[in-house]
Design a protein around this ligand. Structure first.
Ligand code: MOS
Length: 759
């Protein structure tokens, strides 16, 4: 087993089953409580006023008017803000940014908190905030990637594994008989979970209880403990349900810190909930990027070079890197590779991780560039990808822990009907005269793991309680993690009581990086395994047990029995083992994580291939995605129903990225002009049809003990390029920015409609 990361886990009858959501009924009947549903006695409502300019300072606030409004109890501004114990510029955890908590009157982005108003009712606090009528001294806003180029800099630590480049770039460029040099841009996007960020904060002396949606409960305890000068164990975070997170709820935000501060100041519980408009500011976003890709092929269409430069925005007061260029370094076997990143400082909130950070934006550019390269080489885009298939990790030569991308290509293409696709664009028109195009994109997402712990308690009635502070942000963790837990003790799903979403439980780690099922699931399975081990020790050492002397290496748990695998007649009930030992229950603990040395032995990624059909109206230039087929290989699938849902959600987000989503700034004020769901478009049912997900079987003995790779983010990744490429195939027009809108196609669409185009 020398190069195996961990022994392969035995699963029972639950893993692999399409169990329905265990929290489904609670959610549809309204019994599930989200953070802002909590209304403790004596509650005060907090509303923050936010800046309407992007750069400058607040010169006047009408505090008197706000304070005079009936029901308003307090107005907190930089002038009277109580002290915080921690430094808001510090980063107490791995998921922290400089927190904007009324340090001064400076405005650094539109949407930044500039005052907090407390009231006996939400209405009073809201009106109080409005009455502040802020006045500003404004400086010109810098909100576009070219607006502050002098500040651009290269952040450290965001290149390729093992260095900034692999192979001989000059030779790679020189060996190319055909090359492209193209730039793609992606727009800023804001997470906009259905449940906006919120907090209900209650203090009891130096103990703090928070109802707060969090993707990382124990890290939240550490961060809030730091800001308020109390130990993390004095902070209780309750986060049983989240209405979406997408990365933004991993990070403490300024308004939440201010509400907690207000609760301490007033010695009353305080509730704060962002409005929809306020989601476009202090809670992170996917920053805009501009990416230049230089690629070349030799006379066999083998890539000689992929040279990818990424420019991304960050704020003027903190650094976040959207590592888009790295996306081009794992998929294709080019002889020479380079990735570089630069950041430019803009008057925007600090960007943050947003579902498939790096890969979503990076692969949008890469997969379109691959399509352009295939076109230049005169071969089919799928054939081009197969010719450049990476058998080992490009650059490092590390073996993949597993990689069924070839099967993804084959199964996706087969289901879609890719064969026979005309190479040239503008070749397909349907009976309604709509231009039809087919495009594809490949996907890769890494498989990180975090550290997690769990506890399992076997009860005398044969049921078990499993506990970990895991997070269900809508992805289905309550269900898939319970399936893993049940299998660890050979139980049915309804014999398992599963507690999560509370920071007093063993640390379930971070729900992020698509690694939560593997991480928290690994800890849960290990906890169940610890119970089995202890039962085995009791039974095999006890002459009264049928398992006496059986040794503990071949014992398995099934249906309330501990039995010997080679001789199933030798078995004993859990209850009898416990009873004879005079125990009423038995508790086991488990941990999961990944040793750094294990991560060095293999490249670990999920893979996928997405095929898209679009239809474009030649007169109106309206684009419809009529079919999307995604085939993904992501290791062991615990729950195919939830997996399909995650992958569909990702592909819908990819559709959104390709066609809909963009935060647009007014360059004069620096404000986002479409900071609501009327102007910030996301797909609705009518925008999505013919969505098909294939999960390709993959056994991975190395990625982790459970063989799970994760499915939360990869669905976004290949989809964006597939749609962009399909639009080119339909129209002949390469639009090198996302989202692609009607106006981008109106200008240059050739009159292909036999009825005669009005263009
Ligand atoms: Mo995600 S962006 O790892 O929640």
């Amino acid at each position: 087993m020398s190069d195996t990361l961990s022994p392969q886990i035995r699963f029972g009858s639950n893993a692999g089953q399409p169990a329905t959501r265990r929290d489904g009924i609670a959610k549809v009947t309204g019994v599930a409580t989200f953070a802002a549903d909590n209304n403790p006695e004596g509650l005060l409502y907090a509303v923050y006023a936010h800046a309407k300019i992007a750069r400058g300072r607040v010169s006047h606030l009408d505090r008197a008017a706000a304070e005079a409004h009936p029901g308003v109890t307090h107005v907190i501004t930089p002038q009277n803000r109580p002290e915080l114990q921690g430094d808001p510029s510090a980063k107490p955890t791995m998921f922290s940014f400089r927190t904007e908590v009324l340090q001064d009157n400076t405005v650094r982005y539109a949407g930044q908190p500039i005052a907090l108003v407390l009231g006996e009712t939400l209405e009073a606090a809201t009106e109080g905030a409005r009455l502040l009528a802020p006045q500003y001294v404004a400086d010109p806003a810098r909100v576009g990637l070219d607006d502050n180029a002098a500040t651009s800099f290269e952040p450290s630590g965001f290149g390729l594994p093992g260095g900034e480049s692999h192979g001989d770039l000059e030779a790679g460029h020189a060996a190319a008989i055909r090359s492209i040099d193209v730039s793609y841009e992606t727009a800023a996007q804001y997470h906009n979970a259905m449940e906006t960020h919120a907090v209900v904060a209650q203090w009891d002396e130096d103990r703090l209880t928070l109802d707060i949606p969090s993707q990382a409960l124990n890290l939240s305890c550490a961060a809030y403990g730091y800001f308020f000068g109390i130990p993390p164990q004095n902070v209780t975070v309750r986060s049983p349900y989240l209405g979406g997170g997408f990365g933004s709820k991993a990070i403490p935000t300024g308004p939440q810190v201010l509400a907690i501060l207000a609760a301490r100041m007033t010695q009353r519980p305080v509730k704060l909930m962002f409005t929809r408009q306020q989601m476009f500011g202090p809670a992170g976003h996917r920053g805009a990027t501009r990416q230049r890709l230089r690629m070349g092929v030799d006379d066999t269409a083998a890539l000689t070079v992929i040279d990818h430069d990424g420019l991304a925005e960050t704020s003027t007061f903190d650094d976040f890197v959207e590592p888009a260029a790295n996306a081009s370094q794992g998929l294709y076997a080019a002889s020479a590779l380079r990735a570089s990143h630069r950041l430019v400082r803009l008057d925007v909130g600090t960007p943050g991780p947003m579902r498939a950070p790096g890969e979503a934006s990076g692969s949008a550019a890469l997969e379109c560039a691959m399509d352009e390269m295939a076109e230049a080489a005169g071969i089919d885009p799928l054939e081009f990808r197969l010719r450049n298939y990476a058998e080992t990790q490009p650059g490092t030569g590390l073996p993949f822990s597993s990689k069924a991308l070839r099967e993804c290509y084959a199964q996706g293409a087969e289901r879609f009907g890719w064969e026979g696709r005309p190479l040239a664009p503008l070749q397909m028109q349907d009976s309604d005269g709509l231009l039809t195009g087919w495009g594809m994109g490949a996907a890769l997402f890494p498989c990180p793991m975090f550290a997690a712990e769990a506890r399992a308690t076997l009860r005398p009635d044969g049921t078990a309680l499993f506990e970990t502070s895991a997070v269900d942000m809508g992805q289905g963790a309550w269900t898939s993690l319970a399936q893993i837990a049940a299998d660890s003790l050979g139980l049915t799903l309804d014999q398992v009581e599963f507690h999560a979403g509370h920071s007093s439980l063993p640390d379930g780690g971070v729900a992020g990086g698509s690694g939560h099922t593997a991480t928290a699931g690994g800890a849960l399975h290990a906890a169940g395994g610890d119970v089995v081990r202890q039962l085995g020790e009791l039974a095999t050492a006890d002459p009264a047990s049928p398992l006496y002397g059986a040794g503990n290496t071949s014992l398995v748990a099934r249906d309330g029995w501990l039995l010997m695998e080679e001789d199933e007649s030798r078995r004993e009930r859990f209850a009898d083992i416990l009873a004879r030992a005079g125990q009423t229950e038995m508790t086991g603990t488990g941990r999961a994580g990944r040793a750094p040395e294990d991560a060095m032995r293999h490249a670990m990624n999920s893979h996928g291939a997405v095929f898209a059909e679009v239809k474009v109206d030649p007169d109106l230039c309206q684009v419809r995605v009529t079919r999307l087929v995604g085939a993904f290989a992501a290791g062991r699938i615990i729950n195919p129903r939830l997996t399909e849902s995650q992958l569909m959600g990702g592909m819908i987000w990819g559709t959104s990225f390709a066609l809909h989503e963009a935060a647009r700034h007014d360059p004069r004020s620096g404000r986002i002009v479409n900071a609501d769901f009327a102007g910030y478009h996301v797909p609705v049912n009518a925008d999505v049809s013919g969505l098909e997900v294939i999960t390709v079987h993959e056994d991975d003995p190395y990625v982790n003990a459970l063989g799970i790779k994760g499915v939360g983010e990869i669905g976004v990744v290949g989809t964006v390029g597939a749609i962009g490429n399909a639009i080119w195939h339909a129209t002949g027009k390469r639009v090198r920015h996302f989202p692609i809108r009607i106006a981008d196609l109106l200008i240059a669409l050739p009159p292909a409609d036999p009825r005669g185009s009005g263009l």
